[in-house]
Design a protein around this ligand. Structure first.
Ligand code: ATP
Length: 361
């Protein structure tokens, strides 16, 4: 089932939670709605589900307007952050619930329900827990059961709202890989809400980045990471350094070094977003910042903190370049983050407090 979200707006009082949001989800696709808290992810999901109405716009399932279709007739399965399992029912009965409450004419036989529930429990690899009660399960197991329960009624659309949000980091990691494999097996059109960039990039076919009630970018994980459509997307998807400078004839002079750009024609104030792993550092020797062309090719900085965990040294650097702002005031020391290989950091013999030359890699 494909989903088309057309020009949806939604306000709560005078707060605009969604502003003219449009989105197409292809049949069988797994989409992540990614954005900071309060950007409207859950509201959009609830409108798609039919749990909330929009002020304007429409949601189409396979081309059909769902505005007047009741939530129970939308063939939608849900999984929420807080396990919505029935505490007084066994795992088996929880998964069977949606089948047991079907009208008599549509309800499968007891034997068919048993077969279906056990095959779903096998699918989520928890068939050995069928007789347990929710209180006897771990958080991760509960979420897998919640997913099995959502799948029991064979939904055409699966909506997941921060399904792993309440779990610890290690379990989350395992479950997102597991969810991806499950999706590859089932291909149910799915929308997954998360505020965790890594989770969205790892799990989804396409990522929808939201900010303040609007969609900033829709693209594959590679597209949103490599080619962010806005400064917000750049910053939200990972650590980033913002440098200010001036663009002229295909190069941008920043606070200490120059970068080449593709655009020969742009002139004026410029910003450059540089990820920590795109920077390199060298021990500083006076004069080293002046390149062959006589221009500055690096930024002088002091290592304020060095966090070396595993293969990466994360360096927090304070720029000490006495650069002048446009109004001729000295720009305050800037915090720069650079990530280099831990081996290289050790070979260079660098320590906190040392002065280094920061260059683009
Ligand atoms: P989170 O990650 O924190 O869940 P979100 O991106 O899912 O955030 P929403 O839950 O969609 O955000 O909420 C968007 C905005 O709308 C928030 O500012 C929220 O306070 C507001 N909001 C949501 N539901 C209601 C409501 N029923 N009444 C009033 N305001 C609401």
């Amino acid at each position: 089932m494909s989903i088309e979200v057309k020009n949806i707006s939604k306000s709560f009082g005078d707060f605009h939670a969604l502003k003219d949001v449009s989105l197409n989800v292809n049949s069988g696709e797994l989409i992540a709605l990614l954005g900071p808290s309060g950007c409207g992810k859950t509201t959009l999901l609830r409108i798609i589900a039919g749990l909330e109405s929009s002020d304007s716009g429409a949601v189409l399932f396979s081309g059909h307007d769902t505005t007047h279709v009741h939530v129970r007739d939308r063939q939608v399965g849900f999984v929420f952050q807080h396990y919505a399992l029935f505490r007084h029912m066994s795992v088996f009965d929880n998964v069977a619930f949606g089948l047991n409450v079907k009208p008599r004419s549509e309800r499968p036989s007891k034997a068919q329900i048993k077969e279906k529930v056990m095959s779903l429990l096998k699918l989520v690899q928890l068939d050995w827990l069928a007789d347990r009660f929710p209180a006897q399960l771990s958080g991760g197991q509960r979420q897998r059961i919640a997913l099995a329960r959502a799948l029991a009624v064979e939904p055409q659309v699966l909506l997941l709202d921060e399904p792993f949000g309440a779990l610890d980091a290690k379990v989350r990691k395992e479950l997102r890989r597991w969810l991806r494999r499950l999706h590859e097996e089932l291909h149910v059109t799915s929308i997954f809400v998360t505020h965790d960039q890594e989770e969205a990039l790892e799990v989804a076919d396409r990522v929808v980045v939201m900010n303040k009630g609007r969609i900033e970018q829709v693209g594959s994980p590679q597209q949103v990471w490599n080619d962010p459509a806005s400064p917000f997307v750049y910053g939200f998807l990972g650590d980033v350094n913002l440098f200010k400078g001036r663009a002229e004839k295909g190069s941008v002079s920043l606070q200490g070094f120059e970068l080449q750009t593709d655009d020969q024609n742009q002139t004026g104030d410029a910003f450059a977003y540089v990820r920590p792993h795109e920077l390199d550092v060298l021990p500083y020797t006076p004069g080293a910042e002046i390149g062959h062309n006589g221009k500055s090719n690096g930024l002088i900085a002091r290592i304020d903190r060095a966090i070396v965990v595993g293969p990466v040294a994360r360096l927090e650097l304070l720029s000490t370049n006495a650069s002048k702002g446009a109004d001729n005031t000295t720009v305050a020391a800037t915090l720069i983050e650079a990530h280099i290989a831990a081996d290289r950091f050790a070979e260079l013999g660098l320590r906190e407090g040392d002065t280094v030359l920061v260059t683009p890699r």
